[in-house]
Design a protein around this ligand. Structure first.
Ligand code: SF4
Length: 291
């Protein structure tokens, strides 16, 4: 097989989703879609959830071994593969060790409730097998906002999951979505998300832009009951994000990134050292009056 034939055989779907931080990781498909699939804003709702059979994953590891080029990072594809039964994930990790010996660290997306369903013993086994980093969609530190968007998890769930992960030596990255509370919950979303992020010490915080995709429940709400959710302008989103940022107290090293500022700019820095520089950039953009 040629290299391009291998890549075609590796992925069922032509669209691959992975966090920007995993840009250099080798990618192994293990699930498709999300096992939860009910968040009101989420565009992945159209993808049905599927678990790839172990035989197929083993074959993909063999294929990947021909193109991995000594990469030491692996990212398992799917919206939340950490939901897989522990035995299944351990079997996948056995293939990884057998066919991809250069891999030292494996990461994937997870929901907080995927973590909470696993016992301490299971988490210890998964950590021992080489899974180190989980990317978790925190979205908001406000229960009202999480409920509004049917996230299916509470702030207490997020905290309990992260406490468990820290106890067993995992690192976690968060995404948050400025503007997710709309106009009604903007202040609460900013302050409570800041408080939650300050308590949890993630390795990175990635701010995502709220995109209102057609055919999502949020899109329907906006069309049929616009009084329930009023979208912020890009400038209001930046003001809200500044409010969150200024109230965050992150003392451990943490990468902070927002690549969607005013739909145009990226702000990025390592906290706590870059705190003032990031704030200055936000203030500069707000003072410019740019929309
Ligand atoms: S958990 Fe994530 S992928 Fe799943 S529906 Fe919610 S936002 Fe979408």
């Amino acid at each position: 097989m040629t290299r391009s034939e291998i890549f075609q055989a590796l992925y069922r779907s032509p669209e691959i989703y992975r966090p920007p931080l995993e840009g250099k990781s080798a990618l192994l498909e293990v699930t498709q879609g999300c096992s939860y699939g009910k968040c009101a804003f989420c565009d992945f709702l159209r993808d049905s959830f599927a678990i790839l059979p172990l035989e197929e994953i083993k074959y993909k590891c063999q294929l990947l071994s021909q193109v991995i080029d000594g990469n030491d990072r692996l990212f398992l594809l799917g919206c939340n593969p950490f939901c897989l039964p522990t035995e299944h994930l351990l079997e996948v990790m056995q293939y990884v060790h057998e066919y991809l010996p250069s891999v030292q660290m494996t990461a994937m997306y997870a929901r907080a409730d995927d973590v909470l369903r696993k016992s301490g013993e299971e988490l210890a086994q998964l950590r021992q097998a080489g899974i180190l980093e989980l990317h978790i969609g925190l979205e908001s530190g406000s229960d009202a906002v999480l409920k509004l968007h049917n996230k299916g998890e509470t702030v207490a769930d997020m905290e309990a999951a992260c406490q468990k992960l820290a106890e067993y030596g995992f690192h976690y990255h968060f995404t948050v979505i400025p503007g997710l509370g709309g106009r009604k919950y903007s202040q609460e979303h900013a302050l409570q998300t800041a408080a939650l992020l300050s308590r949890l010490n993630p390795v990175s915080i990635w701010c995502l832009k709220l995109v209102i995709w057609e055919n999502t429940p949020l899109y329907e709400t906006l069309k049929q009951s616009p009084e329930l959710f009023q979208e912020l302008t890009p400038r209001e989103v930046l003001q809200e994000e500044r409010e969150m940022f200024v109230h965050m107290d992150i003392q451990k090293t943490c990468l902070y990134v927002d690549s969607t500022i005013l739909n145009k700019y990226t702000i990025m820095g390592v906290l706590p050292d870059s705190r003032q520089a990031i704030l200055d950039r936000m203030d500069h953009l707000l003072a410019s009056g740019e929309e």
